[in-house]
Design a binder for this molecule. Structure first.
Ligand SMILES: [Zn+2]
Length: 344
């Protein structure tokens, strides 16, 4: 695209990106939450109706519990296949507006299953919604099925088998979410083995609420190919080198880290530390419903708080594309478009 040299910085929304860390309910538009709550008679706490992101601090258990409780209430507003279709369509529309050409949305179908007829119908409804939204918006989309580490490892194995069954129908990865301080990653090693053997990408959360050891556990016990967050690896130079050498991408979500109190300010998120160490990153929004910032805003933080130049932002976008499971033709097209965005 044409741009006059020496004028303003390039438009971040026009930089093609892959979005690899976005949770299902957490992607919801605040206005949609209000409408669905009204329709289904769900009473929302003020923290979800004020129009401002709630004040959260998840570095203690009470704060994390509060975050989860708000999330559960929001999730309880998704009750029908139409609700699911709307959520996915709007997530794709928001991503398209932020320059995303590829979106991997993360979901634990368990929590929606009781109202949608069980695990299998739920995943089929989600995959159908993803295909429709992708076709209508032009954003390529895929699903990461994520287990909940607060639940029994056998539940995770069930989900891994389910995910593998739909590997050729839009499921590309297997994740593990919720409080890293609870339980051990290795309790879920069998579930991840099932997922990897079935050709799925292993992308558990680690290194957000817990320190570098949680990232190491993801690598050693779950053979993670990507790590959700992973920012706390910045506290361990050897771990940074290991991530860089093995090309494991960290799905870094700066606004989420600040909203949950992992870091006090955007400047404190160790983007530069990971960058300088050569650790590949894919910036993501995590839960924009609760944190108030979508995809482009994460790149704005890299620019405004960490001084990333346009060429560095373009490289960040390339890293997100390379770490994605987008088909080769989509990757090629996005990399060419990134080069055009960065061209003088
Ligand atoms: Zn997450």
């Amino acid at each position: 695209m044409a741009r006059e040299v020496g004028t303003t910085a390039r438009e971040i929304r026009e930089l093609p990106k892959a979005h690899l860390h976005l949770h299902f309910t957490g992607s919801m538009r605040p206005a949609t939450l209000l409408e669905l709550a009204d329709r289904h008679g769900v009473h929302l706490p003020e923290a979800l109706t004020s129009g401002e992101p709630p004040k959260l601090r998840a570095t203690d258990e009470r704060g994390w519990f509060r975050f989860q409780r708000l999330y559960d209430i929001a999730r309880s507003c998704l009750r029908t296949p139409e609700d699911i279709q709307r959520l996915v369509r709007e997530a794709a529309e928001e991503d398209a507006a932020d320059g995303s050409g590829w979106l991997e949305i993360q979901v634990d179908p368990t929590s929606y299953a009781p109202r949608l007829g069980g695990l299998i119908p739920t995943l089929e409804i989600i995959l159908d919604a993803v295909r429709t939204a992708s076709r209508d918006t032009g954003v390529g989309m895929a699903v990461i099925v994520a287990a909940n580490r607060m639940k029994h490892p056998l539940d995770a194995r069930t989900l891994a088998r389910l995910a593998v069954r739909y590997a050729d129908q839009g499921v590309i990865g297997f994740g593990l979410s919720n409080d890293e301080r609870r339980g051990l990653a290795r309790d879920f090693d069998r579930a991840f083995a099932i997922a990897r053997d079935g050709g799925l990408l292993a992308a558990p959360h680690g290194g957000e609420l817990a320190g570098p050891s949680s990232v190491r556990d993801c690598l050693d016990d779950l053979h993670a190919q990507r790590v959700g967050h992973g920012v706390r690896a910045a506290e361990d130079p050897y771990l940074l080198r290991r991530l860089a050498d093995s090309g494991v991408t960290c799905e870094v979500c700066p606004a989420s880290n600040v909203a949950l109190g992992v870091y006090d300010k955007p400047e404190d998120v160790p983007l530069r530390t990971l960058w300088d160490a050569g650790v590949p990153m894919a910036l993501g929004a995590d839960d924009p419903l609760l944190f108030g910032a979508r995809l482009a805003a994460q790149y704005e933080i890299a620019r405004d708080s960490h001084g990333f130049s346009d060429l560095e932002l373009a490289e960040l976008a390339r890293q997100s594309v390379r770490a994605s499971r987008a088909p080769q033709e989509v990757r090629d097209r996005m990399l060419a478009d990134i080069a055009a965005w960065a061209a003088p």
